[in-house]
Write a protein that binds this ligand. Structure first.
Ligand code: ADP
Ligand code: MG
Length: 559
């Protein structure tokens, strides 16, 4: 016998609906559910104002199902949603809440799919129609009686529907329904256009407002990272190493960026897909399904392509590119922390985007904490922790299944068990860097984009032209306590920043933080090193070779 959730039981829902809600595992109604369900059950028209992720679907689906007569095989409830994805989501939710209602059928009506099966389902007596306005109008133009038996109407995400230009279609649909009906409208915002519709088509609606902009954000831990635009992919790769995520959605601004980031992450072994406006509808649905059933863990999407994407597994929203306005930021991060679950939102900010960050903080009423790029030690620790977590469960019985084989291999090879275990580890980790020195060598050159430094400084100069053999004329101001050093090795010697960095870290015994900016030119390179103990360090590096050539690092003085 399943426990009936206490909060829900008091709301007056039909027992069959209640049983289904409890089977889904909901424990308490959300605030909008608590307020809207009794109002809708009582037969009032209603305007509900609430943000994404507040549980609006169940707020209207459960009372409407409680009032539908499943023995009458005709359309009784019409739900209008702005997009195909949302329509499908709402239809699925209705089916879930109607699990214990034999004879109740739901049909989703949307564009991009053949009309035939949709019509057939309506004719067969589906009681609930969930539709996008455009396609529903197409149906009406063939048969204007489709909606003649509707008793309940829901406009879900009404503001989105108007933004998508469905105003005229809505008027056609209103005309095709009996005036005697109950109408409910949900919207995150109530601009004049929505008030207009409500004034014209709703009857003395009760107004419910969940002022939970901040509440929605509260369940979400937010942080930002300053980074240069051209280092975003490197920064994301490193962040993902230390972030403990189940599923993650990354937002970028362009189609190309979805592809670039997705392929960079795929190359690092993540199960990732890109989602953008060019991707065919059915492919998009497949991506969302894959994210749900864990065949994918990361989706890189544009705002448009991610509209209505609701996957409870999403623990992280990563804003790789800033949204265009604070509202879209709130909308984006609403993909995580669904219905009160903990979520984490990360935001990459380039130096010139500081102001946008401030307005996001104003709108959400929260200060967003700054985080730093994880250093090599943190990356290493995270990798070892993952390795530990993947091996620990095997230890319990691996000896009984593979112990004899181990003994035999040790004997055949003639090595110690430790040597064999190490060999197996090397094989299992497949070339991954698992020592501090190795991880440090992977790190990109500029650790953090703190301060107002302009990025063209680097990008215009570091692409060395052939005449670029003299030091930059206005070098970057040095950080206090650092000295600039020079080597005669440069790109023509096959040197990249990571080689230089690796050599200094290894031979000099410095930590990554101790090393500042590195500039590689054609015929020389500059690197910032700690002033303190510099002479000793240079002596230590006296015989260091990089790419087969003597490094000969010297203190460099501008004159
Ligand atoms: P909205 O339409 O307001 O954006 P949804 O109706 O899509 O929100 O619900 C968001 C998520 O919260 C869904 O995954 C849904 O299953 C879940 N949910 C809704 N109500 C509850 C509840 N009372 N308890 C737990 N989870 C809920
Ligand atoms: Mg919704």
């Amino acid at each position: 016998m399943t426990q009936i959730p206490g909060g829900f039981a008091a709301l007056g829902l039909h027992p069959n609906v209640l049983a289904a809600v409890s089977a889904v595992g909901y424990e308490e109604p959300s605030p909008i559910q608590e307020q809207a369900i009794p109002v809708i059950l009582a037969g009032h028209d209603m305007i509900g104002q609430a943000q994404t992720g507040t549980g609006k679907t169940a707020a209207f689906a459960t009372p409407i199902l409680s009032k539908i007569d499943p023995t009458r095989r005709e359309p009784q409830a019409l739900i209008l949603a702005p997009t195909r994805e949302l329509a499908l989501q709402v239809a699925t939710a209705f089916e879930t809440y109607a699990k214990q209602m034999p004879g109740l059928n739901v049909v989703a009506v949307y564009g991009g799919a053949p009309m035939g099966p949709q019509l057939a389902a309506i004719r067969k007596g589906a009681q609930v129609i969930v539709a996008t306005p455009g396609r529903l109008v197409d149906h009406l133009s063939r048969n204007n009686q489709v909606l003649s038996t509707i008793r309940f109407l829901v406009l879900d995400e009404a503001d989105e529907m108007l933004k998508l230009g469905f105003m005229d279609d809505l008027e056609v649909i209103f005309e095709a329904m009996p005036a005697e009906r109950q109408s409910v409208l949900f919207s995150a915002t109530l601009p004049a256009s929505i008030r207009g519709i409500a004034g014209k088509h709703l009857r003395e609606p009760k107004h419910i407002k969940i002022a939970n902009k901040t509440q929605t954000v509260e369940a979400i831990q937010q942080a930002f990272l300053m980074v240069h635009a051209d280092q975003k992919i490197a920064a994301v790769s490193r962040l993902l190493e230390v972030e403990d995520f189940d599923a993650l959605i990354a937002f970028v601004r362009t189609k190309q960026a979805t592809l670039d980031l997705a392929s960079a992450l795929e190359a690092r072994g993540y199960k990732v897909a890109a989602l953008n406006g060019d991707i065919a509808q059915n492919q998009r649905e497949r991506v969302i399904e894959s994210l749900k059933d864990k065949r994918l863990d990361i989706v890189v999407a544009t705002d448009v392509a991610a509209r209505g994407l609701d996957v409870p597994r999403i623990t992280h929203v990563l804003n790789v590119d800033m949204p265009y306005d604070p509202e879209s930021y709130v909308h984006r991060i609403g993909r995580t922390g669904r219905a009160g679950r903990e979520g984490r939102a990360l935001l990459l900010v380039t130096p010139r985007e500081r102001r946008m960050l401030q307005s996001v903080e104003r709108v959400t009423g929260q200060k967003i904490a700054e985080i730093r790029l994880p250093d090599a030690k943190q990356v290493l620790d995270a990798r070892i922790k993952k390795l530990t977590n993947s091996l620990a469960p095997l230890v319990a019985d691996a000896e009984s299944t593979h112990g004899d084989l181990l003994d035999r291999l040790v004997a055949d090879i003639g090595c110690s068990p430790r040597a064999l275990a190490a060999a197996l580890l090397r094989k299992a980790t497949n070339g991954q860097s698992l020592t501090l020195a190795e991880v440090e060598r992977e790190q990109p050159l500029v650790p953090n984009a703190s301060g107002p430094r302009e990025r063209n400084e680097r990008s215009s100069r570091s692409t060395s032209g052939s005449s670029d053999s003299r030091p930059p004329r206005a070098p970057m101001p040095l950080t206090e306590g650092r000295a600039r050093c020079r080597t005669a090795l440069g790109t023509r010697d096959g040197i990249a920043a990571k080689n230089l960095l690796g050599a200094i870290l290894n031979e000099g015994g410095l930590s990554r933080e101790a090393i500042g900016r590195i500039q590689i030119r054609e015929a020389f390179s500059l690197v910032e090193l700690p002033e303190e103990g510099l002479d000793r360090l240079l002596a230590k590096l006296k015989d260091t070779r990089v790419a087969g050539k003597a490094l000969k690092l010297r203190r460099y003085r501008e004159d």
